[in-house]
Design a protein. Structure first.
Length: 295
């Protein structure tokens, strides 16, 4: 089963006076990029959360957010004196530098100082030793929910991609069915060209003529392109059946599909084959858009 990189999951829970809400979102990305927005003061949570996400996911831009809420009975914020000293020292250095340069700065308020990161800390209640394990247990459930949605989205993607591969196969068959008529049209055009040359009384070098005709035939032959397109169709089906993190391989395969479709159009020399080649390119472009979201 393939999985989508787009998904969303949320969970909430509580332990004693502490409540929490998790939010996990993912969109497509070239690799795995994790963004964690976790509250301060929960020691060891970020490293373990990163580890668990990296073990479960292969690709995608993933954002994990956690909000903690405390009941009225829980301990309120406390002042971190060391951090306060660092902030005040920094403010004093800024003011001193400004005065020396003749710049007048407004005085920061107490609210401005308290708003600086780390000055106020929210100490956890007495349940803090068991809070992290509880959060991580809930995180595992969150990741499982997230993965379930990715699988559901992936199943929908697989159905769309399978239908597009079927359409590509049908168009390749149409192009192949057109080859006999195309070959006859090419022969007729060559005969007309040859008749014009002989009518003008120009001398013909039979060996040179044979070489030129062989070159024209080689340039117009699209058998290899159609064979490779069929091989790509089978490769795409194998990847969809294999499942797992095959998004990069499917994206590369879509590029190869497009390369062969471009060559088919350039060699077409036939309105029907050209139309089929353009239809192929349209389906392949749609397929590539879908592969961008496959893990």
């Amino acid at each position: 089963m393939i999985r989508s990189m787009t998904a969303f999951a949320s969970r909430s829970g509580s332990l004693g006076p502490v409540g929490w809400s998790w939010d996990l979102r993912g969109v497509n990305g070239r690799g795995l990029e994790l963004r964690l927005r976790l509250p301060d003061g929960v020691e060891g949570l970020e490293a373990e959360a990163r580890k668990r996400l990296a073990a479960a996911l292969t690709r995608g831009n993933v954002t994990l957010a956690l909000k903690l809420a405390r009941s009225d009975a829980a301990q309120g914020p406390t002042l971190d004196n060391d951090e306060l000293t660092r902030v005040l020292d920094a403010l004093d250095a800024v003011q001193t530098r400004a005065v020396g340069m003749g710049v007048t700065l407004g005085q920061p308020t107490a609210a401005d100082v308290l708003a600086q990161r780390g000055v106020l800390t929210h100490a956890l209640p007495e349940t803090d030793t068991s809070l992290v394990p509880a959060l991580l247990t809930d995180l595992d459930r969150l990741i499982a929910d997230f993965d379930t949605m990715r699988e559901g989205e992936g199943a929908a993607l697989a159905a769309v991609l399978a239908a597009q591969v079927d359409e590509i196969e049908a168009l390749v068959a149409q192009a192949e069915a057109q080859l006999p008529a195309r070959a006859e049209q090419t022969r007729a055009a060559l005969r007309r060209a040859l008749d014009r040359i002989t009518a003008e009384g120009a001398p013909l070098d039979e060996d040179r003529l044979a070489q030129e005709l062989a070159l024209v035939a080689v340039k117009a032959d699209v058998t290899e392109e159609l064979d490779r397109l069929r091989a790509h169709v089978q490769a795409a089906r194998d990847l969809l059946g294999q499942g797992g993190a095959v998004g990069r391989k499917l994206d590369f395969l879509a590029q190869e599909f497009n390369r062969e479709a471009n060559t088919l159009c350039s060699k077409a020399q036939d309105k029907t084959v050209t139309r089929i080649g353009l239809d192929l390119k349209a389906v392949i472009d749609q397929m590539r858009e879908q592969t961008q979201n496959v893990e």
